[in-house]
Design a protein. Structure first.
Lengths: 331, 403
């Protein structure tokens, strides 16, 4: 009797604590949402959209790197495939509405992601990273050589068009809220994926692949699916980026871009949901602020220094460190 | 008919002048944004020293124009069209920038010119090579000032053939820019009575050129043409020098090479290379005098891009002063109507497609013995007249040209 009361109490306490945590999380997310909704009235919308596109790219990358433990060094290929496909379709077929172009770009990089995954998934660690890098370089070569991409000059003057044929995206505010909506949708999707049973399996693969195999999971299939989702979201980020900036360029396909997304994820905090978003915001801002100021000769060394510092001293990144701090002092 | 046209143009021009005199300089400030690669591959040829040239121009102009302040903002383009386009969008939409100057990577220039066209502001591109900037990508809102690939191919190739280099072997970077340059060079070489006896394409970018240089050497051609740019060109030249290509009687013709590249290579390595340049610091007294001032400021000799930034900024400010307006179209028209005669160019003029046409020069890199100091690098072999150098308007695909 006594015991069951006790366990009921404990259960209640746990539920209450969880509710408290959920409430806190809700409040945090609500505050963030308000901030994002109000942001374009204070800050420059195109800059905010750039941050959102890169944040989505980093979130996609983090699904693979932070939650599944697969370090892909070829994510630029998906970003570029998304942006070139969307750019090509919107520039050449004026009948298409913007969302169709974006969906087509996403689909193209999803298919490319499938191909990459099937070729690379059996390798592990550094070999996996190198195979993805090699494949991404092939894609880069294709984009350099192709006529339709404009080679070094890039693809320019992509029309933003009208969303569903109704909303004029030439207006920066309309464009911003569209990008924000897509971003939030994808963020929630990734959150759902990570907290689902499927996401738990991904985490177990990251922690101990051999054990996941011994429990009877077909690890390769789980990894391929994670890779494909990640590629699709990265492609979506690229597609939106091409519509926002009205251009697609080789920078998107260059391996520097694959490196940059690793930097964003690590600095923000890999394996946390908010980490890549914070990381992307941080890196884009640092680049922008430095490139305007007297330190602009030093952008790359400073970013490199931040990377080294993060890896050596703050391994869990900005969000990870904050979480640790909160748990230790306020939890 | 021509008389009629002339009368009409001058009538239009004078109306514009009158309109201009009434117009005002927005916000009583002329704001110039300098956008260039400040930290990457193209840092030396434009970069921070280009900003120094721009500031020199403003100082020489007097710091104000018709009583209005001249302000400068600057940013690193990181050779990225996205970074540049967001920077320039912010400049024109929020910060009221009137003129964007600098710009090196062609993808950056094209991206920026589209934004300038949307917002009706002016851009003067000094660093880019691509001739498409005033061809299929021309806009009424930018001017391409210093040089482009057309005279590079045209000037170098036809001049070298005339100097006796009849048989050519092409070393081409395997992407659109290289292919286009190779095509142009081949056309010019054949038209001038030479022939291209072989071609080898190298991946972009390439570190190790030894096998390509050996093939070129084995071909026995008089001239080895380098249809590539930047680090590829300097790598190829270094390798060629290690294999003694020029010493064994072949000529190297580089199509795109800056003074800073040659300086980095040194006269020992680069000797004997023929190239086309839009300007050279030691070419006349005016250029020398300006270069000395530039060197006192920055510690290095200016490239043609630095000189072009200085010259174009002065031209721009003169046009603003003459029209009393910072409206893009008014100023551009005034700049087109005024021939350019300064330390940079003699009788230069800006065409309707935005191309500034002026004489170009065929130069040869001096031998270490002939070179008196570290910057004494070129010997000017001949002048390529403006009309021969640039793509004629009759071949233009620009939407502003009625063909």
């Amino acid at each position: 009797m006594n015991q069951s009361v006790n366990s009921a109490d404990i259960h209640k306490a746990i539920v209450e604590q969880q509710a408290l945590q959920d409430r806190r999380k809700m409040m945090l997310n609500g505050a963030l949402l308000l901030l994002l909704l109000a942001a374009p009235f204070v800050l420059y919308p195109v800059f905010l959209m750039k941050i959102l596109c890169f944040a989505l790219f980093a979130v996609a990358f983090n699904l693979l790197f932070g939650f599944t433990g697969l370090l892909s060094f070829g994510h630029a290929a998906f970003l570029a495939t998304g942006s070139y496909t969307t750019g090509f379709l919107l520039s050449n077929y004026s009948g298409l509405t913007t969302e169709v172009g974006i969906l087509a770009g996403t689909l193209a990089s999803t298919l490319l992601g499938m191909a990459f995954a099937l070729l690379s998934i059996r390798r592990q660690g550094i070999y996996f990273a190198m195979v993805t890098l090699a494949l991404a370089q092939l894609v880069f070569f294709f984009f350099v050589q192709s006529e339709f991409t404009g080679g070094e000059d890039g693809m320019h003057g992509i029309p933003r068009g009208e969303l569903f044929g109704l909303i004029n995206l030439e207006d920066n505010l309309n464009m911003y809220y569209f990008v924000l909506a897509v971003f939030i949708g994808c963020y929630l999707l990734v959150q759902r994926v990570v907290s689902s049973p499927y996401g738990q399996v991904l985490k177990s693969i990251k922690q101990n692949e051999a054990r996941a195999v011994s429990l009877g999971y077909n690890v390769d299939r789980y990894k391929v699916l994670a890779f494909v989702i990640s590629a699709a979201l990265a492609g979506l980020a690229g597609s939106m980026k091409s519509v926002v900036f009205q251009l697609a360029s080789l920078n998107d396909a260059h391996w520097h871009m694959s490196g940059e997304v690793i930097l964003m994820t690590l600095v923000g905090g890999m394996g946390t949901l908010l980490g890549p978003v914070v990381g992307a915001t941080f890196v884009v801002n640092v680049e922008y602020q430095l490139s305007q100021g007297p330190l602009r000769d030093w952008v790359d060394p400073i970013l490199g220094g931040i990377f080294v510092l993060t890896v050596l001293a703050f391994r869990s990144g900005i969000v990870g460190e904050v979480q640790k701090f909160v748990k230790k002092n306020l939890g | 008919m021509t008389m009629m046209k002339k009368l009409l143009t001058s009538a239009v021009a004078s109306t514009l002048m009158v309109g201009g005199a009434q117009a005002e300089i927005s916000g009583d400030t002329v704001k110039i944004g300098y956008l260039a690669d400040m930290s990457g591959t193209y840092r030396d040829l434009a970069g921070p020293n280009g900003l120094a040239a721009l500031n020199m121009a403003i100082k020489d102009f007097g710091g104000t124009v018709n009583g209005a302040k001249i302000e400068v903002v600057s940013a690193d383009d990181r050779n990225s069209p996205d970074t540049s386009s967001s920077t320039v969008r912010r400049w024109v939409e929020n910060d009221n920038v009137d003129l964007v100057a600098g710009m090196v990577a062609s993808s950056v220039s094209i991206a920026v010119s589209k934004i300038l066209e949307e917002n009706d502001r002016l851009g003067i591109i000094s660093g880019s090579a691509a001739s498409s900037i005033t061809n299929e990508h021309c806009t009424p809102n930018h001017i391409h000032y210093v040089y482009d690939t057309y005279p590079l191919a045209n000037g170098t190739a036809s001049a070298v053939v005339q100097e006796g280099g009849k048989s050519w072997y092409m070393l081409t970077a395997d992407y659109a820019f290289g292919h286009a340059l190779e095509g142009d060079v081949t056309r010019v070489v054949e038209a001038s009575g030479g022939e291209v006896i072989g071609t080898v394409r190298h991946p972009f970018p390439t570190q190790d050129f030894s096998s390509f240089i050996l093939q070129a050497q084995a071909s026995g051609a008089d001239v080895v043409g380098l249809a590539n740019a930047g680090a590829d060109t300097t790598n190829a030249i270094t390798t060629a020098s290690e294999f003694g290509l020029t010493q064994s009687g072949q000529t190297l013709a580089a199509l795109l090479l800056f003074l800073t590249d040659v300086h980095a290579l040194g006269a020992e390595t680069a000797q004997g290379i023929q190239l086309t340049t839009g300007w050279y610091w030691d070419m006349n007294d005016e250029a020398r005098e300006w270069s000395d001032r530039f060197m006192a400021e920055t510690g290095v000799r200016p490239t043609m891009v630095h000189a072009g930034i200085y010259s174009s900024t002065i031209q721009y400010l003169n046009a603003v002063a003459a029209t009393g307006s910072d409206d893009a179209q008014t100023v551009r028209q005034q700049m087109m109507d005024t021939p350019i005669n300064d330390m940079f160019a003699k009788n230069g003029r800006i065409r309707v497609d935005g191309r500034m046409v002026h004489d170009m020069y065929l130069a040869e890199v001096k031998t270490p013995e002939a070179s008196e100091n570290e910057w004494d690098l070129y010997q000017i072999l001949r002048t390529i007249p403006a009309d021969e150098a640039y793509r004629p308007l009759s071949e233009s695909k620009c939407k502003l040209v009625n063909n």
